[in-house]
Structure formats: C-alpha cells, structure tokens
Ligand binder design. Structure first.
Ligand SMILES: *[C@@H]1O[C@H](CO)[C@@H](O)[C@H](O)[C@H]1NC(C)=O
Ligand SMILES: *[C@@H]1O[C@H](CO)[C@@H](O)[C@H](O)[C@H]1NC(C)=O
Ligand SMILES: *[C@@H]1O[C@H](CO)[C@@H](O)[C@H](O)[C@H]1NC(C)=O
Ligand SMILES: *[C@@H]1O[C@H](CO)[C@@H](O)[C@H](O)[C@H]1NC(C)=O
Ligand SMILES: *[C@@H]1O[C@H](CO)[C@@H](O)[C@H](O)[C@H]1NC(C)=O
Ligand SMILES: *[C@@H]1O[C@H](CO)[C@@H](O)[C@H](O)[C@H]1NC(C)=O
Length: 680
C-alpha cells in the first residue's frame, strides 16, 4: 500500500516537471490596433545556462517614423523595468526613422556578459510555477508623443501546477474506485460506491472553485484545471470535437468566439492575473536601470542580427496576433470564460463539450450493461449457474442498473446544471440551448423519482422501511444508504446546495463578491448540518464527511482574498492560492487513503495470517465491517457472519448457489439490527 500511496503522491506534488532555467514568451498580443509594427510570430526565450537569447520572430515595420521605445516589465504587479530609449541614439541611427523591413529570423545569440542579465533575473523567476509576468514594448513617435505600436508578451518559465501527471493520477484513482465500487455495489450497504460519489463531487468542487468571477492567481487556476476532466471538460488543442461544435454553433445562430488552440492567457482582462495592471506598485529596485540603457551604444550591430532582416514584403496572416484592449470584445472575463478558454474550449462550447462527453459515458455504460445482461442470459441459458441463484441474479439486475444510473446522474448533476444555466445566459446557438434543456430533463428524470419515492416510502411507513425494503434499498440506496435511517433525508440539503451552487456560479458571473458570500453561506450551512445532524451510520463516516465539508468551507472563505474589489496584491494572492491548493491536495490524499482502506487494502497486514478466502468475499466483507467501524475480527460474533455474507451471495460465483434471495434481505435486516444495537 505504501508503494501505491507513493505512486499517487508523487504526481500530486505539483511542481515535478523539470525545465532548466528558461524564460519564454507564452503569448503575444497588441495592446493597440497595429499600425507601425505588424507581428506574425514572436517567440523569444532566454536560457539561463548559456546566458543566451533565442528568438523566432516574423514581423515587419511599415511606416518610417522616428520613434522612441518604451520597455516595461511587470512581474506580479510590480514594474521592475520601465525604461524609454530613443532609437535614434541606438546603433548609429540605423533605426531612425524606423526602416520598412520585414524580419523573419530565428537565431540563438549569446548575450554579452557586460549586460549582466544573468545577475539580474532572480533565480526564483525560473522556478516559481505559473509565473505572472509580461513585457510590453511601446513605440512612441518622437515629437508628437503618439503611440505608434504597442505589443505585450506574457512570460513563462515552463513550470506550472497544471500537470498531466496529476490528471492521470486523479483519473486513475477515480477509475480504480469505480471498478471496486462496481463490485462492492452488489451489496447496497457497502461504502465504496458512496466514496466514489464523494470523490467525484470533491474533484468537481475543486474544479468549480476556479470558476467564480474572481481574480485568481495563475497558480491556483492552473491547479484547478487538473480537475476539469471531472466536470466533463476533456480538452486538447486542435481538437476535432471543438471544431465540430464551432461549426454546429455557427450553423444554428451562434455568434460567439470559436475555440482556439492559442494560449488564452493573452486575452485575459488586463486588470487580473497574470497582468495585474490595476495594482500599480512602482518599486525602484536596482533593476530599474534598464537592460537597454547599458547596451553599448553606437556599436555595430551583430552581423547575425543584420542577416535576418529581409526585403519588405506584405505579411498575409497578421490576424493571428490579436489586439486586446480593455474594451475589445475578445477580452476574457474572470470566471467560466477564463477557466474553459485556458483549456482551449470556447465559452459557448463548454456545455456542448460536457454534453458530448456525457453521451459517450452513457454509451459506454449502456454497452457494459448490455454485456452484463448478455452474460446473465447466457449463464441461465447454458446453466452455468444453478436455478435459484440464476433467478436471484436476474431479479437483482434491474435494481443494480437503476442504482448505477442514479449514481451517474448524481455525478453529472453539478456540471450539467452549471453549464446549462451558463449556456442560457450566453444567448448563442439555439441547438445548444435545446440540448441543455434535454440534458437537464434527463438528469432530473433520473434523480427526482428516486427522491420522491424515497420520501414517500419514509413518510408512509417509517424511515426504517427504507432499509428493510431490499428492493427499494437496492434501487434508490445511492441517495440515502450511507446515512442513519433517522437521517435518511440528508441528501436533500446536499441536492439543494448543489442547485444553489450551480445557480450562483452560472448566473452570478461578474459578481465575484456576491458569489463568494453565497457559497460561503451554503458551505457554512452544510458544515452546521453535519455537526448538528450527524447523519452517518458511523462516527468515522461523520468525521470524514465533516472534514471534507470543513475543507470546502475554509477554501471558499479564503477566496475572499481573490475578490477584485478587495484588492489584495498579486504576491499575497499567489501565497493564498498555494495554501488553498495544498489544503485541497491534502484532502484528496485523505480521500485516497480512505478509499484504499475501504477497498480492503488494510487486509494485507491486518488479517494476513488467516486462511485464504475468495478475494471477492474478503473485499466486500471487509468493507462492510469497516463501514460499521468495527476493529474486532469479523467472526467474533455470530451476527457478523451473516452480516458479512450478502456480497458473496449476490456474486456470480457458481459455488455460492445454495444461498437464496431471502437470506440476502434477511442479512440486510440483521445488519440493521446490529447497527441499531451497536451505534444508536
Ligand atoms: C518617410 O517619411 C517621410 C516623411 O516623414 C516621407 O517623405 C517619405 O516619403 C517616407 N518614406 C517612405 C519610404 O515611405
Ligand atoms: C513607465 O514610465 C513612464 C515614464 O517613463 C510613466 O509615464 C509610466 O506611468 C510608467 N509606467 C508604469 C507602469 O510604471
Ligand atoms: C520565414 O522563413 C521561413 C524559413 O526561412 C519560411 O518557411 C517562412 O515562410 C517565412 N515566413 C514568412 C512570413 O515569410
Ligand atoms: C544555449 O542553449 C540552448 C539549449 O540549452 C541551445 O539551444 C542554444 O543554441 C544555446 N545558445 C547558444 C548561443 O549557444
Ligand atoms: C467559427 O467557426 C465557424 C466555422 O468553423 C465559422 O463559420 C464561424 O464564422 C466562426 N465564428 C467566429 C465568431 O469566428
Ligand atoms: C479602458 O481603459 C482606459 C484607460 O486605461 C479608460 O479610460 C477606459 O474607460 C477603459 N474602458 C473600459 C471599457 O473599461
């Protein structure tokens, strides 16, 4: 288990990719419609190791004005470099007036040691994940002071808290939980199917926590993007799926921006991370003396640089670099737009993306269900299983399917609600809106009848009927089976909370403060409900679920620091973002350990000396024991023996054929009785 744990932990450490001391441009945009300087490609990187600059630039200057150049570097809202150089003083006046040339070059140049660049860039700039920095070049006409060109490029060092390793590890954990849960769910009272929902909902909490209209530090948003898959937001740059959705929207009245394979960071509203231009804190550090000011003036330019200049020729695809001003329509605002665009999904494509992913999941689920049914049919037909067991298997199959459909709907509930509501607020393609209504109806049709039937049964008879009615438990158990029977209704506040969250996230876009306050109230109410009602069967269950609720409360509360109007500076915001990411990561690790324990891994050392049994029996028996918080050996009391049996009774192993359906529900009853005596 330790080795497995280490395997899971390793990728969870966010900063694990190696990239050796390099700074490069991660996006380039005009901050003013291009006039003097046209750029098609602009990739510049600085290597720390050999103190050299590598560039790959396609650009041209198209007017012959005399300009001075202002270079501004903004790092976490600080401006360590802000210098203006008159180009007429440089290179013996070769750039005065600006020559009309096109420049198409890619070169690696060692920087002269006199520049001292290597001493000036602090080492942390090469190591901190999701660096928030940009450089801005402004050409100002000498004399008139008119801005002739303005180009902004964000800088990155290649380190990020968004790691494919984390996505694979979290996805692998979910898949592992799903497989074991599918096996254990033969017993409606086993724990792991509920843990699967806990896990997916927690992933979704992390993903949605970066969808509010807040000024998140880049580091936190990148961390939350690791969990985008749990919302159904599967992504790839240049994906065919996104292209098809673009086409579909264009044909059905869509007018909003298409998905793009470019980095979205260039389009982010300049007031928020990583641009941080509203918090202007001028510092006069030693770096304020510019890099250029120390350039040996009047030296002949390096010949390699000159060779790269070509004759003037019109660039034809200049449109690739976008112009972003604070009122241009392509600006990405805080919230869902930045979150989904940073993974190459257009805002208006988000719902269709999760819809199609959902359809694929449903198709796979139906395929597996059909396969299982085929196996059952064949088993009956060719008498692989003797008669009573065969009948019992067949009669328990429809409830089993219904229960899994209900679980699937509970997992899909939050993403579908958020993105459906968001789609309605966009007023884009009518087909997307139609599909979003259908998806909501489908989810409601899976969940609401179960809610209704459960409430009705509990009111007509007694809450205990929910457990004694084996058929109802097997079908609708995913809603309530984990709770004490007096607290069967605990799923209601959680469903209401999910609905409120979805409305707040989707409809509250643009109102960060209100979103955080409402979510804080919701999380506070959930924590209070946990503490007052103690809904779980066991202390362990209560402690575990309360812990997750408190984690959500604390993290939601900390997000007040990200509200734009609160105006916390960039560096403290990054620190708070890192703390929230660590708290969430630790909670995921706790969930992982809990899942492994419930999957029966603790048997490896606790009962290693017992005679070997069929693994399936071990797993399920152990899980149901653990659910009840028992630490004594399983068969120390006779009632336990019958209690530990239902899973194996239902299992399709041919040698269990002596057990009947009645003994299964009887053992569920005895389970309840045991529960009553030991914990109530
Ligand atoms: C450059 O500008 C001057 C006036 O500023 C104009 O006379 C001259 O024709 C221009 N040259 C070209 C090549 O456009
Ligand atoms: C940069 O310096 C110029 C003057 O050289 C000043 O007008 C401008 O406000 C400065 N910008 C920032 C962001 O400090
Ligand atoms: C730049 O140069 C490369 C190779 O020298 C060439 O393939 C490319 O088409 C050029 N780009 C433009 C815009 O001229
Ligand atoms: C500096 O190192 C990088 C790779 O580490 C290499 O690509 C580049 O050509 C080197 N530059 C010079 C000027 O040697
Ligand atoms: C999006 O792409 C489609 C074709 O894929 C095109 O018809 C439509 O005009 C594009 N929309 C925008 C806003 O660029
Ligand atoms: C854009 O910024 C300028 C100053 O930087 C300001 O005057 C203008 O009102 C802003 N426009 C919008 C839409 O915020």
């Amino acid at each position: 288990m330790l080795a497995r744990l280490a395997l899971v932990l390793l990728p969870l450490l966010p900063i694990s990719a190696a990239s050796d001391g390099v700074l490069f441009t991660s996006s380039v945009t005009y901050c003013q419609p291009p006039d003097t300087l046209l750029i098609q490609q602009f990739d510049v990187s600085y290597m720390q190791q050999n103190n050299s600059i590598t560039f790959d630039i396609v650009a041209q200057s198209v007017s012959n004005v005399s300009v001075s150049a202002n270079i501004l570097v903004n790092v976490y809202g600080l401006t360590p470099v802000n210098t203006t150089v008159d180009l007429c003083d440089l290179l013996g006046g070769a750039l005065c007036p600006l020559p009309q040339v096109s420049f198409n070059g890619s070169q690696s140049l060692p920087l002269p040691a006199e520049l001292g660049v290597s001493n000036r860039v602090p080492a942390i700039a090469f190591r901190i994940p999701d660096l928030e920095a940009y450089a801005q070049l402004t050409l100002i006409e000498v004399g008139t002071g008119e801005v002739k060109a303005c180009v902004q490029a964000t800088l990155s060092n290649g380190w990020s808290t968004h790691q494919p390793g984390v996505e694979w590890a979290t996805g692998g954990l979910a898949l592992f939980t799903l497989l074991v849960a599918a096996w254990q769910s033969i017993n409606p009272l086993s724990v792991l199917p509920h843990r699967l929902l806990h896990l997916m909902h927690f992933y979704q909490t992390i993903a949605t926590s970066a969808m509010l209209s807040l000024n998140y530090p880049l580091l936190y948003r990148a961390f939350a993007v690791n969990f985008a898959w749990a919302m159904g937001l599967f992504f790839a740059p240049h994906s065919r799926l996104q292209h098809s959705i673009d086409n579909m929207r264009a044909l059905t009245g869509g007018h909003l921006a298409n998905s793009s394979s470019d980095a979205a960071v260039g389009l982010i509203n300049r007031k928020i991370s990583p641009w941080n231009t509203n918090i202007q804190t001028l510092v006069s550090s030693p770096m304020t003396q510019s890099l250029l000011a120390e350039t040996p003036v009047n030296d002949a330019p390096p010949t390699s640089l000159l060779l790269a200049f070509g004759a003037f020729q019109q660039l034809n695809a200049v449109a690739e670099v976008q112009t972003v001003t604070n009122d241009s329509s392509n600006v990405l605002q805080a919230g869902i737009p930045i979150y989904v665009n940073s993974i190459h999904i257009a805002t208006a494509n988000a719902f269709m993306t999760i819809f199609i992913v959902g359809l694929i999941v449903v198709a796979i689920a139906l395929g597996i269900a059909a396969l299982l049914y085929g196996l059952l049919y064949a088993a009956g037909r060719f008498s692989w299983v003797k008669q009573p067991t065969d009948h019992q298997l067949r009669s328990s199959y429809p409830p089993f399917l219904r229960a899994w459909a209900l679980r699937l709907a509970l997992v899909g509930l939050l993403p579908v609600m958020i993105f459906a509501f968001n789609q309605w607020s966009l007023k884009d393609s009518w087909l997307s809106i139609l599909f979003s209504v259908l998806a909501l109806l489908a989810i409601a049709a899976l969940i609401l009848p179960s809610v209704f039937l459960t409430m009705r049964l509990a009111r007509r008879e007694s809450p205990n009927a929910l457990e004694s009615d084996a058929q109802h438990l097997a079908t609708h158990g995913p809603l309530y089976a984990q709770y004490r029977m007096q607290r069967y209704y605990f799923f209601l506040p959680l469903l209401v909370a999910a609905f409120v969250k979805a409305v707040v996230i989707a409809a509250g876009q643009g109102h960060g403060m209100s979103q955080v306050v409402v979510l804080l109230i919701v999380e506070l109410a959930i924590v209070a409900a946990h503490i007052l009602l103690k809904p779980y069967d066991t202390r362990g269950g209560d402690v575990f679920s309360t812990y997750l609720a408190i984690v959500r409360l604390v993290c939601t509360g900390s997000m007040i620091a990200f509200v734009e109007s609160v105006g916390v500076a960039a560096i403290p915001r990054v620190a708070i973002g890192a703390v929230i990411a660590v708290i969430f990561s630790v909670a995921v690790i706790v969930l992982t350990i809990n899942i492994f324990i419930h999957a029966g891994l603790n048997r490896l050392w606790r009962r290693g000396n017992r005679p070997s049994r069929a693994p399936s029996t071990l797993v399920s028996a152990d899980a149901s024991t653990l659910e009840k918080g028992e630490s004594s050996p399983i068969d120390s009391r006779p009632v336990h023996a019958s209690h530990s049996r239902p899973p194996s009774n239902y299992s399709a192993t041919p040698d269990n054929n002596s057990v009947t359906h009645h003994s299964a529900s009887a053992s569920i009853l005895s389970h309840t009785a045991l529960n009553d005596t030991t914990h109530r």
